[in-house]
Structures are given as structure tokens and as C-alpha cells.
Design a protein around this ligand. Structure first.
Ligand code: SF4
Length: 284
């Protein structure tokens, strides 16, 4: 059996940066302040558990934060309101918002101020999108399908941005229709390069193997996109797992070539474990 790992897989720049910022915060916490992340730092339970063991608590709301504590904003970013609320408390903010996400927040803020109607192509319930919308007074139209576009009224000026993890094909397809809603449109393809690289290499890998294993959190949006892309090529032999224990060994042992890809929140050691388990299969 041949096991091939996609050229681009696992931790992206933004996630690596958020983890580094968090571990630096732990190291520099001389006054032993309570450290929180607002929501799980990344969509990977194993990493979140490790951080929890090191003393980083996950907090989902702002009401119960201990006074004189530290809160880390994760790579997805948050709305302006959240900064305003924390600013009023005696709490230090450490901002690990990915610079690619920060860029989108700045775009929607700027164009909202110039009178543009904002459209975000993405999942309305994803934290990144909720955060971006919070930088344009929560007035953006969030669309993910052609049907969603019907709710956008005809306007004079439109500004289109896209969630960093959306597929490029969907962005192009929806932009063509959305642009017809306005006399003047500015559009920004804000899909991040890490996402594009991972999606491209997952697609080309899936074409050339018998089965694909996609490793990543079940709640991770970018992992789900990789699953969809691989399923497009290998509808019956794409498997989504979170850990090596979940590998469907009895099925996979029947294939000659297996591809491995992993979402942006999947640590290298989990990828290594999966590869090792599959390589052992070829030896036995
Ligand atoms: S997927 Fe892209 S935008 Fe999101 S954290 Fe990673 S590098 Fe940043």
C-alpha cells in the first residue's frame, strides 16, 4: 500500500500563530493571571485539551471572566462590540486574530463607512463571519447559495468579501450573480492562500489515489470543505476522521493507494500517527 500526504495539509499560518501567541502568553504570565480563550482556540479537541492542561481556560461568554485576567482572541477574530465590552473591564486582550481575517474586517469597516452595502459570501453561523459582520454594524448580507442572493436588494454600491475558507469556484459563481444587484461593485477575493493551497492539493491528490482520509475536527469549516472536494473525486472512498483511532482499517486495507490530507487546525503529530498506522498496515 502506498500512503501519500497532500503537499499542503495541517496547521495553517494563522493557527500556528495563534498557538504561538497563546504559549508565549503562558510563558510570560509572571503574575499568574487567569488566561482564557474566547471560544476554543482552534477546532481541534486534542490541542484544546493540551492547552487546558497548561492552564488556558475556554470561555464562551464575556460575563463570567475573572477580574484582572487575560483573554486571547482566536484566529477567527471577533466583532467590534466584543473589544468594546472587554475594554470596559479590567481585562487584558491578547489578539490572535489571523491577519487575513483582520484584513477583511478592515475592508468591510471602510466600505460600510463609504456607504456601500456589504455582502459576505460564507456561512452565517461561522464565528469568522459573525466577527466580520460585527465590523460593519451587523448589516452585511451573508450568502452561501444562489437562493440566498434573492434577499439582497438592488442598490447603488456593493462591496463583496468572502470567508477565508470558501471554495474559489463558489466565490466566482456567486459574484457573477451578486454583481448584477448594483450599479457599482467592488469585490475582494479574501479566500486565504493557505485555504487555496490545501483545497488545490487535496483535489489533485484525490484524483490520483483509491481512497482519501481527511483528518480534522468535525466542526471545522475548512476541513469540511476538504471533505467535500475529495468526495467530489472519490464519492464512496473519502473518509473524515479526527484521530488515528478512527481510521476504518478494515476498509482501507483493500486499497493500493491512500491519500491523506488534513484541515488547518490539525496538528502534525496527528497526521504522523495516521500515516504510521497506515504504513504498519502495508507491512503486516
Ligand atoms: S485558514 Fe487562512 S485565514 Fe484562517 S487562520 Fe488559517 S491562514 Fe488565517
Amino acid at each position: 500500500m502506498k500512503v501519500i500526504v497532500a503537499d499542503y495539509s495541517g496547521f495553517c499560518f494563522g493557527v500556528e500563530r495563534a498557538i504561538k501567541i497563546t504559549s508565549d502568553t503562558l510563558d510570560n504570565n509572571m503574575n499568574k493571571k487567569c488566561i482564557y480563550t474566547l471560544g476554543p482556540l482552534i477546532h481541534n479537541q486534542q490541542v484544546v485539551n493540551e492547552l487546558q492542561d497548561a492552564g488556558v481556560k475556554v470561555m464562551n461568554d464575556l460575563d463570567n471572566l475573572e477580574d484582572n485576567s487575560i483573554i486571547i482572541i482566536r484566529s477567527h477574530g471577533v466583532s467590534k462590540d466584543v473589544y468594546d465590552i472587554i475594554d470596559k473591564k479590567n481585562i487584558e486582550i491578547i489578539d490572535a486574530t489571523c491577519p487575513f481575517v483582520k484584513k477583511i474586517q478592515n475592508i468591510v469597516k471602510k466600505y460600510r463607512a463609504k456607504g456601500y452595502t456589504i455582502v459576505i459570501i460564507g456561512n452565517s453561523d461561522h464565528p469568522e463571519v459573525i466577527g466580520i459582520n460585527g465590523w460593519c454594524d451587523n448589516q452585511a448580507y451573508v450568502v452561501k447559495t444562489k437562493d440566498d442572493i434573492e434577499k439582497i436588494p438592488s442598490v447603488h454600491k456593493l462591496c463583496i468579501v468572502v470567508q477565508t475558507t470558501m471554495p474559489t469556484g463558489l466565490y466566482d459563481e456567486l459574484c457573477d450573480i451578486i454583481e448584477k444587484k448594483a450599479k457599482q461593485t467592488v469585490k475582494f477575493n479574501t479566500i486565504c492562500s493557505a485555504t487555496m493551497d490545501r483545497q488545490k492539493s487535496a483535489r489533485s491528490l484525490a484524483k490520483n489515489v483509491d481512497a482519501v482520509v481527511v483528518i480534522g475536527g468535525y466542526h471545522s469549516s475548512n476541513t469540511q470543505k476538504l471533505v467535500d472536494i475529495c468526495k467530489n473525486e472519490k464519492p464512496n472512498t473519502t473518509f473524515h476522521i479526527e484521530t488515528a483511532e478512527e481510521l476504518p482499517i478494515d476498509i482501507l486495507k483493500n486499497y493500493k493507494a491512500i491519500g491523506i490530507t488534513a484541515g488547518a487546525s490539525t496538528p502534525g503529530w496527528i497526521i504522523d500517527e495516521v500515516v504510521e498506522k497506515l504504513n504498519d498496515l502495508s507491512i503486516n
